[in-house]
Design a protein around this ligand. Sequence first.
Ligand code: ADP
Ligand code: MG
Length: 522
Amino acid sequence: MKTFTEFGLEPKVLQAITELGFEESTPIQDKSIPIALTGSDLIGQAQTGTGKTAAFGIPLISKIPLSEDRIVALIMTPTRELAIQVAEEIGKLSRYKGTRSLPIYGGQDIGRQIRALKKRPQIIIGTPGRLLDHINRKTIRLDDVQTVVLDEADEMLDMGFMEDITSILSLVPEERQTMLFSATMPPNIQRLAQRFLKEPQHVSVIPKNITAPLIEQAYIEVHERQKFEALSRLLDMESPDLAIVFGRTKRRVDELSEALQKRGYSADGLHGDLSQNQRDNVMRKFRDGSIDVLVATDVAARGLDVSGVSHVINFDLPQDPESYVHRIGRTGRAGKEGAAWSFVTPRETDHLHFIEKVTRQRIAKKPLPSMAEAIEGKQRMTAERLLEIVQSEDFNEYKASSIQLLERYDSVHLLAAAMKLLTGEKKDVSIELTPEDPIRAKKRRPDIRSSGRRFSGGPFGGGNRSGSGKPRGRDSYRGGGSGSSRGGRDSYRGGRDSYRGGDNRSSDNRGDSRRRNDDYVN
Ligand code: ADP
Ligand code: MG
């Protein structure tokens, strides 16, 4: 770890870093910043949450002269949310220097983006689809780009953006610096790097345990039918500040967030079928704390950096260990502690052990919280809220009536009644969730494909929609000319999410994760 003063940065950039509260550089920043400042190509590998944005953002901002009025830097990110997030951090880092940056993503009014582009941004942070759209309209030209960053490159390839990335990079001058950042380095990323980077320097920070040590991990063995009761007891017992609950499918997310609301929790759901507006709304409510439980599919929550998430709950286990790591990485951010709980049905215990093995972490088994523990947790929470008010001494208007009450009633009775009122009775509504099939333990033989098929005809149906979200719509987009493409593009994205979250038994998805797991295993 170094302090940022050791990189020889200009004072205005340092000032912004200080204001962001960064005291020491993270390991990936330590290694990347000096290399990036020399202009060399770079491949940076580090887990989510390790500060990769600043690792490329700081040198990028340092390099751009203030007088520059062309687009000289291009950052590509896989999703709209990440584009916004990266743009926010770049914006903060360039606050004093005055570097101009602009996020470009699908779902936002294109006219508004075109107007913003007229203000001559120097850095564009965009998702591949919308970038191509602007390039086709000639509202973005890449002729002057000197630096390209491929952020979360593994995600971009997972989402099928290889072709788009290739088209975009073919429009950027060869003479440039290219930096690629990724949490994982599967073979397709290595191929991408070989193709587009020149003599890159490799920088990687691979912790011994690929999960953060500050995250306490536990699992509870439950039957599918018990999961909702388990969830509500867990939420009561733990009273999380902010929790993300992961569900396997969009249907699951919808049903679960609705069920939680019915039971009186402030929860909402996030998945790819929501409109951009709805997604933004949910995220805003979660960030400002007006909801404290976010129910999400993997894709919807990937890479999101919301500070203060105290709990991640895997209502359904993810298919592959990498998703597990990504999911639990939503908590324990920025050196804070976090808890990750997983619900595991009896038939999924093998799969859990597989996740333990790959992540090289033990996940402790805990009993289902008892009703008494749940109640105790809620009361503790209520007591904390009461004591906060006591300490704030902001209750003068209530004193007179309290004194009157105390003259007539017992103080313990009064306080108990107040606590009951504050704690709130759990609403007694019956909840029915559509059951999900258990996840099967990995088999490392090629015959898994056939067993997967057999499985998809299981008792709960669910059908086999394999490939429904695969880039098929994409091909028709490609052939469809640019006029009608934009709508297709966005719906493709949504479709993608439904592909991921929507049907875990999709053979393509299983194929991917299987390959990746094998990388780990061997
Ligand atoms: P990654 O891209 O590796 O997933 P991010 O760049 O999103 O990680 O950073 C994760 C969080 O850590 C962000 O909130 C960021 O502001 C914060 N962060 C980055 N660098 C530092 C640092 N040197 N010190 C403290 N916090 C940092
Ligand atoms: Mg990142």
